[in-house]
Design a protein around this ligand. Structure first.
Ligand SMILES: Nc1nc2c(c(=O)[nH]1)N[C@H]1C(S)=C(S)[C@@H](COP(=O)(O)OP(=O)(O)OC[C@H]3O[C@@H](n4cnc5c(=O)[nH]c(N)nc54)[C@H](O)[C@@H]3O)O[C@H]1N2
Ligand SMILES: Nc1nc2c(c(=O)[nH]1)N[C@H]1C(S)=C(S)[C@@H](COP(=O)(O)OP(=O)(O)OC[C@H]3O[C@@H](n4cnc5c(=O)[nH]c(N)nc54)[C@H](O)[C@@H]3O)O[C@H]1N2
Ligand SMILES: [Mo]
Length: 691
């Protein structure tokens, strides 16, 4: 079944995989000429990549050879960057870490990491800090944790169908997800499903490029999908489209849910979500009338203060129609199939630990007193640009006496450091890559020698550990670490030798999630009503409450006692959405020459509906000031009828250094569950300004 492919493709490409934090984790072929990577292509033998990759993937050549690459360790000295040797860098960083630990305890050390690379060995940085005795580190997520928490309440765990299973679907609803930009290998699957007769709906406040592949587009006001989904549920239930047999056998809390949904007529949803009642009925019909039908739920959707319950309300649609555990069905958000690796993080070495909620990074660092943070080490992340409420993050980093950043470039975060350590790109080091969308695991070889004095994070933390007398925690080579990671999986045929031959589908990864209907919830059923949620202080039902920053619908008090929507923002009439850009992964690639020249990335653009622009006396290309209660940003105006009249859209990922930084505007709100950053719960206003 699995085609055994050689490491070198027929036309001489070296087989590797893209490290970017992305759904697709593409198989790639790297073509090397005179010791340099000349070109990157999609691996035609990879079941999901199918020979094509995005512009970012191809531009890893430009990224690797960019003149701006950090090539040597550097130290800031009187405000100026000075090159230092690795020896000096290790001595300095080691002394600061040891000193902080001695004087204030290991919790005075802060480690911030994210998924700048999805390589599994990257997690060895956490091992280092655990070996130090346990440090202050982050909890929660900037990315996806409200949705994960929602699925954990509903199903007992998160799980998704294999992407190719969507070919069996007769209806597909893409909800708060923009695969045309963020998950391009989903698009051919959707197209093929459509050719086989599936109808496709897109639910997004923005008529994104994904709308091109949809039969129906519904554009709710941001943060109101909970009400929309409940109204869809009401139409499904009252229209006889619910699967009562399935509900009887496998669903807990239907009666309570039915009563809740009954309160949400399509007309009420129209008032809250700003979509025509007829569109609510059409969406219910598109999804509810045929079977199997699938939901493709996005991470954009859940970056709201009510994001977790929005996902639960949408999951519920799959439960009441019996679209769970069958081919072509599913409430697909993410899966955790690629597990069972050897544990390398060394959690057991940490005697203590302190958590900083990622969404509130600046605030909580500023508040951390016992002990205050003395040394911060930042790996595979760019928190100054990417965390919400940038002004507070900057203030917090300014107050930390010693900051170390490991990166490939002088990012907005690296600029704030005392020492920067240069790391390799994926082309210059060995790694193993997993993901949570498709089920393919891949090995990436060292395709070329590292530039300058760059080292992989693994080498950096190994050498630093040795300097600090922690060498016994790092007594493996990179090959040995990879073997250690894969050892528990060897009996399923996952070996380093095998992976070196080419990517492999994870053995045992199901094509269909929950096919045994064996849910991991307390009741063993799918839980529309979750006691566990209530015990955690969250509504037991996916009750709708308005977003924190919204005027309109009255606050709702739920059974856990919280009140939704408490702040009034009468001055700010636009919902600011800052989702993911096509040609960058977050802040990555923004500094390359190609992006400095491209119109869409050279400066930030704020997209406004023609009416919203006209009402503010703004025209295409004008410079405007975008303001929120937290800060402001200059951006050029793009008049764009694809956004709602009450939405301002700025793609995220612009650097502060280049006049960007959308998170100067965003709030450090936390979602209702899962400690997710609610970036999109943010009101703003836009007015004309000079360039
Ligand atoms: N090109 C590119 N690809 C990427 C990334 C990237 O930066 N660039 N990042 C990767 C990462 S880390 C992630 S997490 C994924 C994210 O990928 P997606 O899941 O696609 O998430 P986003 O692009 O953040 O947002 C998707 C859509 O959600 C919509 N949305 C926002 N609020 C709401 C709402 O209240 N209701 C509804 N219905 N929709 C809403 C936005 O308008 C947006 O079009 O993409 C990955 N892929
Ligand atoms: N306003 C707004 N903000 C957002 C989002 C949004 O939708 N709106 N999305 C959020 C989401 S989903 C995410 S996932 C986060 C992403 O947040 P981050 O992960 O902080 O974002 P990146 O810009 O990808 O930064 C990764 C950094 O790691 C570096 N890097 C790459 N490979 C390696 C490596 O191997 N080792 C080391 N040491 N460094 C490496 C890169 O050069 C880059 O500077 O952003 C979040 N921020
Ligand atoms: Mo993300």
């Amino acid at each position: 079944m699995l085609k055994q492919t050689p490491k070198i493709s027929e036309n001489g490409g070296v087989r590797t995989a893209c490290p970017l934090n992305c759904y697709d984790t593409c198989g790639m072929l790297a073509y090397v000429r005179d010791g340099r990577v000349a070109r990157l292509e999609g691996d035609p033998d990879h079941e999901i990549t199918r020979g094509f990759i995005c512009r970012k993937g191809r531009d890893f050549v430009e990224r690797t050879y960019a003149p701006a690459r950090l090539l040597h360790p550097m130290q800031k000295d009187g405000g100026e960057w000075k090159r230092i040797s690795w020896d000096r860098a290790y001595d300095l960083v080691g002394a600061k870490l040891a000193g902080a630990r001695e004087r204030h305890g290991s919790l005075s050390i802060f480690h911030n990491y994210d998924y700048g690379s999805q390589g599994l060995l990257r997690a060895l940085d956490q091992r280092f800090f655990n070996a130090l005795g346990g440090v202050t580190t982050t909890v929660g997520s900037l990315c996806w944790s409200a949705g994960l928490a929602a699925q954990e309440y509903d199903f007992g765990a998160y799980a998704a169908h294999d992407p190719l299973d969507h070919l069996n679907s007769r209806a597909i609803v893409i909800w708060g997800r923009n695969p045309a930009y963020t998950n391009i290998h989903l698009i051919p699957i959707i197209q093929e499903a459509r050719r086989r007769g599936a109808r496709v709906a897109l639910v997004d406040p923005i008529r994104t490029k994904t709308a091109f592949f949809a039969d129906l587009v519904v554009q709710p006001r941001p943060g109101t999908d909970g009400a929309l989904a409940l109204a869809v549920a009401k139409v499904i239930i009252e229209g006889g489209m619910a699967d009562l047999n399935y509900i009887r056998e496998h669903v807990h809390g239907f009666e309570e849910f039915r009563k809740l949904a009954a309160e949400f007529s399509p007309e009420r949803a129209e008032g809250i979500a700003g979509v025509p009642a007829a569109a609510v009925r059409e969406l219910a019909g598109l999804y509810g009338r045929v079977k199997p039908a699938t939901l493709l739920i996005g991470m954009g959707l859940q970056r709201h203060t009510n994001g977790g319950q929005m996902v639960r309300a949408i999951d519920a649609l799959a439960a009441i129609t019996g679209n769970i555990g069958i081919p072509g069905g599913g409430a697909n958000y993410a899966h955790g199939n690629l597990t069972g690796f050897g544990e390398i993080k060394g959690r057991e070495y940490a005697g203590q630990r302190r958590g900083i909620v990622r969404a509130r990074l600046g605030q909580e660092l500023l508040e951390a007193k016992d002990p205050p943070v003395q040394v911060a080490v930042i790996t595979r992340s760019n928190p100054v640009a990417q965390s919400p409420a940038t002004p507070k993050v900057i203030e917090a980093f300014r107050r930390i006496p010693f900051v170390v950043v490991v990166d490939q470039f002088m990012t907005d975060t690296a600029e704030m450091a005392d020492v920067v350590l240069p790391c390799t790109t994926f082309l210059e080091e060995e790694e193993i890559y997993a993901n949570s969308w498709h089920n393919w695991l891949a090995y990436g070889p060292r395709v070329v020698e590292p530039r300058g004095e760059c080292k992989s994070d693994v080498v950096i933390f190994t050498e630093l550990a040795q300097r600090m007398g922690l060498g016994s925690y790092f007594n493996r080579s990179i090959t040995e670490w990879m073997e250690y990671l894969l050892a528990p999986l060897n009996r399923h045929g996952v070996t380093l030798e095998r992976l070196k031959q080419g990517p492999m589908r994870f053995p045992g990864a199901p094509r269909v999630a929950w096919s045994d209907q064996g849910f991991l919830t307390p009741s063993g059923k799918y839980e529309l009503f979750s006691e566990k949620a209530r015990a955690d202080g969250v509504d037991s039902l996916p009750r709708y409450r308005r977003p924190e920053e919204a005027a309109g619908d009255a606050p709702v008090v739920g059974d856990a006692g919280q009140v939704g929507g408490s702040v009034q923002f009468s001055k700010y009439r636009l919902h600011l959405l800052t989702p993911h850009m096509q040609v960058q992964t977050h802040s990555q690639f923004a500094n390359l020459a190609s992006r400095r020249e491209m119109e869409e990335t050279k400066t930030p653009w704020v997209h406004l509906h023609p009416k919203a622009a006209r009402g503010r006396n703004l025209e295409e290309g004008d410079w405007a000031e975008v303001i929120s209660v937290r800060g402001s940003l200059k951006a050029r105006v793009r008049v764009d009828s694809s956004v709602r009249e009450d939405v301002a859209l700025i793609y995220e990922g612009y650097w502060l250094k280049y006049g960007g930084g959308v998170n100067q505007l965003t709030a450090d709100h936390v979602s209702d569950m899962g400690l997710q950053a609610a970036f999109y719960d943010c009101l703003c206003e836009v007015s004309k300004t000079g360039g």
